[in-house]
Design a protein around this ligand. Structure first.
Ligand code: COA
Length: 348
């Protein structure tokens, strides 16, 4: 097996094609009903990784063959907060598992947090692929957060509820107004939008040793550029207090024409001083109304929620969202991973 560095921003056509095929195979294990992601969308996503994301990756190639059989990558965000952590992802094609390939990739991956003095590693596994959990436990990882992709089949949606929630908002949230940004976020309001995104820090993070995240307008623009390059079209709905002009909360969705039936509902958050006025319900109902009107191709709406996020789940469950896929987020001390690798080296 050959292990080679993979630079996602500047790979060759051959590397991109092999990596895209690899990730589609891995993806089909936990999303078997979804269409594969086209090569061009993947390549645009890689080429446009925001500059503040520091990323290292390696591919393991089949001997003599054109196939990538395993990938390891590690990244961290070059920002003020969370300077203690890095995220990694290792995946191996099913027929090449249990041969020590992930361990080999891990020894490259773990060098990065060691050199950059990041003491904590974070990774995710899928409920549908228990090997990921076994691997993380073997490294001494702690399961820090359980979440689900929850899905709403729009054919099961109680459409009357959308009307009722929006009607009720007229009374409960008198003094607030609804707004919408389609596509690129407006330059005049970008500072305010960066502050608006802070509300997502209210979402529970379980036992994850993570600080609140903050976004600068420049970082938001970099993300938008990547989203656009991948072909994602996004809508952001917000509610504003009319008197103070303050944004109280928002929800945003992304849709990609390569998967016309699926819509991703990304964040929804309301600031604490505005909670319990039905703003969250209003936002979700108004957005679904717009989806039904303007994106009739969409059949499924998906959203990721921590299992412990009772307020969000209450709204989603009432709308008809049901658990679709489970995920776990793991954390493990970099030092623990290095100890494991050293012990295996001695044993080997
Ligand atoms: C998790 C995954 C990367 C492991 O790859 P792999 O090449 O089979 O793992 P390795 O052979 O290098 O095993 C490394 C260690 O994990 C253990 N392990 C791996 N899979 C295991 C399983 N299914 N059950 C029990 N232990 C397992 C191995 O026994 C080994 O321990 P050892 O050092 O004591 O021998 C692979 O199953 C995969 O691609 N899963 C999908 C992606 C994923 O969930 N990644 C995890 C988050 S980064």
């Amino acid at each position: 097996m050959r292990i080679e560095p993979f630079d996602p921003r500047h790979a060759t056509d051959r590397e991109y094609a092999a990596a895209a095929a690899f990730w589609n195979t891995i993806r089909s294990e936990f999303l078997p009903d979804d269409p594969p992601i086209p090569l061009e969308e993947r390549v645009q996503g890689w080429r446009n990784i925001p500059p503040f994301v520091r990323v290292w990756a390696w591919s393991v190639w089949e001997p003599e063959g054109p196939r990538i059989v395993a990938v390891g990558n590690v990244n961290f965000l070059d920002k003020e907060e969370n300077r203690h952590l890095a995220r990694f992802d290792i995946a191996v094609l099913p027929e090449f598992r249990r041969q020590g390939i992930a361990r080999r990739l891990l020894s490259s991956v773990a060098e990065v947090p060691r050199q950059h003095e990041r003491r904590l590693l974070i990774a995710a596994s899928h409920g549908a692929v228990p090997a990921g959990e076994a691997f993380m436990r073997r490294l001494g990882g702690q399961m820090a957060l359980a979440d689900h992709t929850n899905q709403l089949d729009l054919r099961d949606l109680d459409r009357d509820l959308l009307g009722i929630w929006q009607e009720r908002a007229r009374e409960r949230a008198a003094g607030f107004e609804l707004g919408l940004w389609e596509g690129e976020l407006p330059e005049e309001e970008i500072e305010e939008i960066a502050a608006m995104f802070e509300a997502i820090n209210r979402a529970p993070r379980g036992d994850l040793e993570m600080e609140d995240e903050h976004w600068t307008p420049a970082q938001i623009r970099q993300f938008e550029k990547q989203e656009r390059a991948r072909g994602n079209e996004s809508w952001t709905m917000y509610v504003r207090e009319t008197r103070s002009r303050k944004i109280a909360g928002w929800t945003d969705v992304a849709w990609n024409p390569n998967r016309p039936e699926i819509l991703q509902q990304r964040g929804t958050a309301v600031f604490p001083e505005f909670q319990n006025r039905g703003l969250g319900r209003w936002l979700k109902a108004a957005m679904l109304d717009k989806v039904l009107r303007d994106r009739p191709q969409v059949r499924y709406v998906r959203t990721g929620n921590a299992d412990m996020n009772a307020p969000m789940l209450k709204i989603n469950t009432a709308l008809g969202f049901t658990p679709y896929r489970s995920h776990y987020t793991w954390q493990v001390d970099t030092e623990k991973v290095l100890d494991y690798l050293r012990a295996r080296e001695v044993a080997g």
